[in-house]
Design a protein around this ligand. Structure first.
Ligand SMILES: [Zn+2]
Length: 213
């Protein structure tokens, strides 16, 4: 990023986060890519690890993958509503069965949150239901030099329950639906579910924006 690029970004409308050729209408996508996302049907993900059943808003491919990458890697917050809509469709598949359930987002590490400037999973949940951020990611060593698999393992080991919030959830007898941006191996969701269940909170399902599994 240099000064000329900064200036261009200030004065030109942002390009569509998916196709990058058309200018973005509201919400970070051009009309065509937005339509692609909004016609996706939820799918049942089949991760390797024994996570709770995971419903995804769509497969991690095409416009959804592009939009999710831009949202995560380039912190394009304006994509939160459209990705939230995709997530909401996945949630609708399971929510009717668990009307008391609260949404528990998988937390970002402090470093990721600082780099991005916001909690991207929680932001996509806005308006979808009762949000209870009762997990946190403990600080962990720098992941530079780790493979993606090693990084995922470190992320999963760093999850901790927030004791007071988790106890309140258990006392209220409300189940938790885990929420994440993407499911690949399912290891993170399985680890999060185990922590909550150990604390007395049932975890009947998880929902994600996109399934890479
Ligand atoms: Zn587009």
């Amino acid at each position: 990023m240099n000064l000329a690029e900064d200036a261009r970004d200030l004065f030109l409308p942002a390009a569509c986060a998916s196709c990058r050729s058309a200018p973005a209408a509201g919400g970070g996508l051009c009309a065509e890519c937005a339509a692609d996302l909004l016609t996706l049907r939820p799918v049942l993900a089949t991760p390797l690890h024994a996570a709770p059943p995971v419903v995804a808003g769509g497969r991690y491919a095409g416009a959804l993958a592009e939009a999710l990458n831009e949202y995560k890697e380039r912190a394009r917050r304006e994509l939160a509503p459209v990705l939230g809509t995709v997530l909401g469709r996945a949630l609708a598949v399971v929510a009717a069965e668990f009307p008391d359930a609260v949404l528990v987002p998988i937390p970002p590490t402090r470093a990721a949150r600082r780099a991005r400037g916001f909690d991207h999973v929680a932001a996509a949940c806005a308006g979808l239901g009762a949000l209870r951020p009762c997990l946190r990611a403990a600080p962990r060593p720098d992941s530079v030099g780790l493979t993606p698999a090693q990084r995922a393992a470190a992320a999963e080991r760093s999850l901790r329950p927030r004791a007071r919030r988790t106890a309140a959830l258990a006392a209220a007898g409300r189940p938790a639906i885990l929420v994440d941006d993407i499911v690949t191996t399912g290891a993170t969701l399985a680890a999060a579910a185990a922590l909550l269940r150990d604390a007395g909170v049932p975890v009947p399902a998880a929902v994600v924006v996109a399934a890479a599994a």
